[in-house]
Design a binder for this molecule. Structure first.
Ligand code: SF4
Ligand code: SF4
Length: 340
């Protein structure tokens, strides 16, 4: 059974963290059952965010009574100290607890530091002194901000996208965290749904002893796959290496990760799904992507105002409107009978 220690925080948990974003899509009752099943299966690290609508509320109910046996991480997207304090009180109330183990700035567009005028880092320190949070973390999708956070010495953990499509630069970032004694939490370890083989995802990450993946699951069957790897970890063998190489070739370069940071779109386009339709339709059951609802969502691309708001917000520097147009062309050809 693999364990991970998050740098100098000393938090040591099973190498399966629970990402609580997808539980927004299931009922309270289903979510509570799933979270308790995860705990009973050995998962003790639960990652949520103030921005994930009712995720904290669901976790709060599920973890009541076992609070001392688990670690809770949450996030705030507050813009100043006042908002930070308000968010933190809401998170604590929702989570039915009086402390958060790892509290993280949620993908800020800069690296918060003391004296930067926002009061954010000062509010983190104040919360820590009050015992409302135990460790200070940051999440980000941008390499430059992530490196700044590591170099600053102000953070105990970094959460960053990391999966078997990781580049040399991503790996160097994870190593820099290790050298700095910072915990490294891997988000999007299934690349937002593009990676369908959890065995390969797990086997790849098992090579990095200091990285804690948080798996975003919403079905018991998905959860059970990861739980089964505790006792029977998949080997990083030739078959898995080949699969990863194939995926790297297919998914290299600029592709939409489905993170949704470019939204909302003033034209109502569901960018996080539509801008990667060409990949999804070839990788997941294609029938799901061809329903009348899916077709209506793709048709909305015709309403694009070319305002470039999405492009300016994409942390991966994608030309989002062009990507949408490309995916739409491909989709229309598929609807017209193109083999894919
Ligand atoms: S460029 Fe098009 S897709 Fe992007 S935000 Fe504007 S309207 Fe939406
Ligand atoms: S276009 Fe960029 S910001 Fe928008 S969902 Fe895709 S990766 Fe995320």
């Amino acid at each position: 059974m693999l364990k991970v220690t998050l740098g100098k925080t000393g938090i040591t948990v099973d190498k399966n963290g629970f990402g609580a974003l997808p539980i927004q899509r299931i009922s309270q009752q289903e979510a509570v059952r799933l979270i308790r099943r995860a705990y009973e299966g050995g998962i003790t690290y639960f990652d949520t965010a103030r921005a994930y609508s009712d995720s904290e509320i669901k976790l709060g109910e599920a973890l009541e009574g076992i609070r001392g046996k688990v670690f809770i991480a949450s996030k705030t997207a507050a813009k100043d100290g006042g908002e930070f304090r308000k968010d933190l009180e809401t998170s604590l109330r929702n989570l039915r607890t009086d402390y958060i183990d790892v509290h993280q700035f949620h993908n800020p567009s800069f690296c918060p530091k003391p004296g930067d005028g926002t009061g954010l880092y000062e509010a983190m320190l104040e919360a820590k002194a009050q015992g409302k949070i135990r460790h200070i973390g940051i999440t980000n999708h941008r390499l430059s901000i992530a490196h700044e956070a590591v170099a600053s010495g102000l953070y105990e953990t970094l959460q960053f996208p990391f999966c078997y499509l990781a580049t040399e630069k991503d790996i160097a970032l994870a190593e820099a965290c290790k050298a700095a004694g910072m915990g490294f939490i891997a988000m999007k370890a299934l690349s937002g749904g593009l990676i369908g083989d959890s065995r390969a995802a797990y086997a790849y990450l098992a090579q990095f002893g200091h990285i804690l993946p948080i798996w975003g699951v919403q079905r018991e069957s998905e959860l059970d796959e990861f739980l089964s790897y505790r006792d029977n970890p998949p080997a990083y063998d030739d078959a898995i290496r080949e699969l990863i190489e194939r995926d790297r070739r297919m998914l290299s370069g600029d592709f939409c990760r489905g993170c949704g940071y470019c939204m909302p779109c003033p034209a109502g386009i569901e960018i996080n799904n539509c801008a990667r339709m060409s990949l999804m339709i070839r990788r997941s059951p294609s029938a799901l992507q061809l329903t009348p609802e899916a077709q209506a969502k793709m048709k909305k691309i015709e309403d694009c105002l070319h305002c470039n708001q999405c492009r300016s917000k994409c942390p991966y520097g994608l030309d989002t409107p062009a990507l949408l147009a490309k995916n739409y062309e491909d989709y229309k050809e598929i609807l017209a009978g193109k083999a894919f």
